[in-house]
Design a binder for this molecule. Structure first.
Ligand code: PMP
Length: 359
């Protein structure tokens, strides 16, 4: 080996029987350049999951739970309404296990999400953005009832918070064992992540403050307005505090049943609004100054974590969840200012030597 190479690796010490075994055990990573002095700031990087988001965990658990209970029959088609990451996770799991998958999704979500699902072999049925989250959900219900398909029900199923209790939360407990952990920061889509983390941390790390965030222009929880639901817990109507917001994957136009548990049991200590613009600004800073590429929701959680860090006592330890990869946003406003062609500085660099110039 080259004498100046210091770093060595030795593999993971095991062979994986399928892509599904690589889900979970995502790393908690220190933020060095952006963190204020004296505060330790960490992120849990869910883009290390095989289909690059936190939802791989839920996708696997929904399907394996339904296999065990018999709710899902061999070869039966699975259908789900999703803003993207759940669909991508389900598409990966279905590809490996051989189930057909149909996803319903409002046509407002990023185009790369649709194409990724189709790459994994899923069918994507688009619904009008004017009908919001409720529209895509009702379409999935309609399709399941008409065709006798298995509806994954990420917003209501026990399998959602359960997997975060059994994996995401346990990983946090393990990685911070013997160390301080003062704040854990995240938003909610279904609320599965926060519900699972709250169940475990309330018991085992009662000193940790659970900080929940929601978009500044769609503060459903802060409004205090109770969600109307049907007998199965599904939303009966769109929540009146909802407005469309740019934090994809966060805050649908209703309070999901999975999240309701967190509200009813006092599963969070602080509720902090954040704007989409702040989320994008911090996602860009994480990429540029830390080499950490995450989406808008990760940037939004990180923005809230930075707000806490700036006012915190020295020694404070903060963890922010980063639900997915920034690559999922190439066609969205997150990358709006990132040009495809050379800018003036790059052109000047090209012209600063004689060879290999373009045009
Ligand atoms: N961020 C993104 C990008 C997501 O796709 C999701 C899941 N919809 C979340 C955050 C929120 O996760 P959860 O559903 O567990 O609340």
């Amino acid at each position: 080996m080259d004498a100046i190479t210091q770093r060595t690796t030795s593999g993971r010490g095991r062979l994986y029987d399928s892509i599904l075994e690589t889900i979970g055990n995502t790393p908690v990573i220190r933020v060095n350049n952006l963190a204020p002095d004296g505060v330790r700031l960490y992120v849990k990087a869910e883009f290390f999951n095989p289909a690059a988001s936190v939802k791989d965990r839920l996708a696997l658990n929904i399907i394996e739970t339904a296999e065990r209970t018999g709710a899902l029959k061999p070869g039966q088609t699975i259908v789900e309404a999703t803003s993207g990451n759940t669909g991508i996770g389900l598409a990966m799991v279905c590809a490996q296990k051989g189930y057909p998958l149909v996803v319903t999704m409002a046509d407002s979500f990023s185009v790369e999400r649709r194409r990724l699902m189709r790459m994994f072999g899923a069918k994507v049925v688009l619904t009008p953005r004017s009908e919001k989250g409720t529209g895509m959900y009702m379409k999935a219900v309609e399709l399941a009832e008409t065709h006798g398909w298995f509806l994954a029900r990420q917003f209501e199923t026990e399998a959602n918070a359960d997997i975060h209790e059994a994996t995401t939360a346990r990983e946090i407990i393990g990685d911070f064992a013997g160390d301080r952990l003062d704040h854990v920061v995240m938003g909610y889509g279904t609320g599965g992540t926060v519900a699972g983390i709250a169940r475990v941390l309330r018991k085992e790390r009662p000193e940790t403050r659970i900080v929940l965030s929601e978009p500044a222009n769609a503060q459903l929880i802060a409004s205090g307005i109770v969600q109307k639901r049907g007998p199965d817990g599904s939303p009966a109507e769109s929540h009146s505090a909802f407005e469309p917001h740019p934090i994809q994957g966060w805050t649908p136009d209703f309070i999901p049943n999975v999240l309701q548990e967190v509200i009813d049991t006092g599963g969070f200590d602080d509720l902090v609004p954040v704007t989409g613009a702040e989320g994008m600004a911090w996602a860009r800073k994480l990429a540029r100054q830390e080499g950490i590429l995450t989406g808008v929701s990760g940037g939004a959680s990180f923005a809230v974590a930075m707000g806490i860090a700036e006012r915190a006592q020295p020694g404070t330890v903060i963890l922010a969840m980063l639900p997915d990869t920034g690559e999922r946003y190439l066609t969205t406003p997150l990358f709006e200012d990132i040009p495809e062609d050379m800018d003036d500085e790059e052109k000047a660099l090209s012209e600063s030597t004689p060879g290999y110039r373009l045009g």
